[in-house]
Design a protein around this ligand. Structure first.
Ligand SMILES: Nc1ncnc2c1ncn2[C@@H]1O[C@H](COP(=O)(O)OP(=O)(O)OP(=O)(O)O)[C@@H](O)[C@H]1O
Ligand code: SF4
Ligand SMILES: [Mg+2]
Length: 321
């Protein structure tokens, strides 16, 4: 059994403009100790997918359906109370996008790490503080920093604090939503090294969300490419990087000079689609250089290229494949 299995997950929001189809029929699995990178342009639904998996949902939900099986338990069907008691932070936790900027400015960072242990796990202060100190060491912070306030720490240190907060209940899965995008390149590299070490030492499973496919490739065993609320290609990181199959994955890689040596970056024409009124058929068709008639009319199926490698594109299946 996979540690995490997601089947046909949908998360739609109500808005004044209409229904926003932010996560639209997504399926994938995650194994023990595995890192899955989720990449795609801004607005393609990465954070919505993460919130759907954590069941941290806003109030304007139109639809939330499908299966999210964690060790076989479907959390979509659990009550909020059950998720809080058994799943969230304990089995699966998350470093939210921009979390280091919303640390409570008036509470010492060590106490912010310890707080859930006291409030939710019913520990006494001494036990909770000692675990918080241990987690600070685990993420490479000196325990002397326990009594500091967030504004006394650098960006890299604050990011380590939020990672320690996510690890405080020893989850098996951690979702990291753009964990390094606000940091300088050198600090970004240190955080990536920390994440790689945690993955190995704790056999931690990760969902690493980023718009930067080069960064994702640094840590991910597999990569899922998202476009307009859907996964358009998923496979081993080497497969995706060396022989991308979906035209959008190809464009995304060409737009990333760091992975392409001398070649000049090539920009993806057009803009990502509106998730209220996505294009008919294949959602990428208005921007795709290989568009065919069928692409405008019918949504592509998921075609398997090899075991564990699939893409949502008519070039690889049906009468056109
Ligand atoms: N609570 C909400 N209500 C309505 N629409 C929302 C809500 N949250 C997000 N959206 C919309 O859903 C779509 C997907 O947003 P999401 O934040 O998941 O994208 P993202 O891939 O994480 O983008 P970024 O890379 O900028 O973080 C966007 O069109 C966004 O405006
Ligand atoms: S289905 Fe058609 S439009 Fe969509 S990516 Fe494939 S070739 Fe391009
Ligand atoms: Mg986001």
């Amino acid at each position: 059994m996979a540690l995490l299995e997601i089947v046909g997950l949908k998360l739609f929001y109500k808005s004044l403009r209409g229904i926003v189809r932010a996560v639209d029929n997504i399926s994938f699995q995650l194994d023990y100790g595995e890192a899955l990178g989720i990449v795609g342009e801004s607005g393609c639904g990465k954070t919505s997918l993460a919130n759907a998996i954590m069941k941290t949902l806003p109030s304007n939900i139109d639809k939330y359906e499908g299966k999210i099986l964690i060790e076989g338990v479907n959390i979509v069907e659990l009550t909020e109370e059950e998720v809080r008691r058994k799943i969230r932070w304990k089995m699966i936790s998350m470093v939210f996008q921009g979390a280091m900027n919303v640390l409570n400015p008036v509470i010492r960072v060590g106490l912010q790490i310890a707080e859930p242990l006291i409030i939710h796990a019913g520990m006494n202060k001494d036990e909770a503080y000692s675990i918080a100190r241990e987690k600070m060491k685990l993420v490479g912070l000196h325990e002397e920093l326990f009594n500091r306030y967030p504004h006394e720490l650098s960006g890299g240190m604050k990011q380590r604090i939020v990672i320690a907060m996510a690890l405080v209940m020893n989850p098996k899965i951690i979702i990291l939503d753009e964990p390094t995008s606000a940091l300088d390149v050198s600090i970004q590299a240190q955080i990536m090294n920390l994440l790689k070490r945690l993955k190995k030492e704790l056999n931690l499973s990760m969902i690493f969300i980023t718009h930067d496919i080069a960064l994702a490739s640094d840590i991910s065993d597999r990569i899922a490419v998202m476009y307009a609320g859907q996964i358009v290609e998923i496979g081993l990181a080497e497969q995706i990087l060396l022989s991308p199959k979906h035209p959008y994955t190809q464009k995304l890689l060409k737009a990333t000079p760091r992975l392409r040596g001398e070649e000049k970056p090539d920009f993806i024409p057009g803009t990502p689609p509106d998730l209220v009124n996505p294009p008919s058929g294949c959602r990428f068709h208005p921007r795709c250089p290989y568009v065919m008639e069928i692409c405008r009319e019918r949504e592509p199926l998921d075609f398997e290229l090899e075991r564990n490698w699939r893409t949502k594109c008519w070039l690889y299946g049906g009468e056109h494949g």
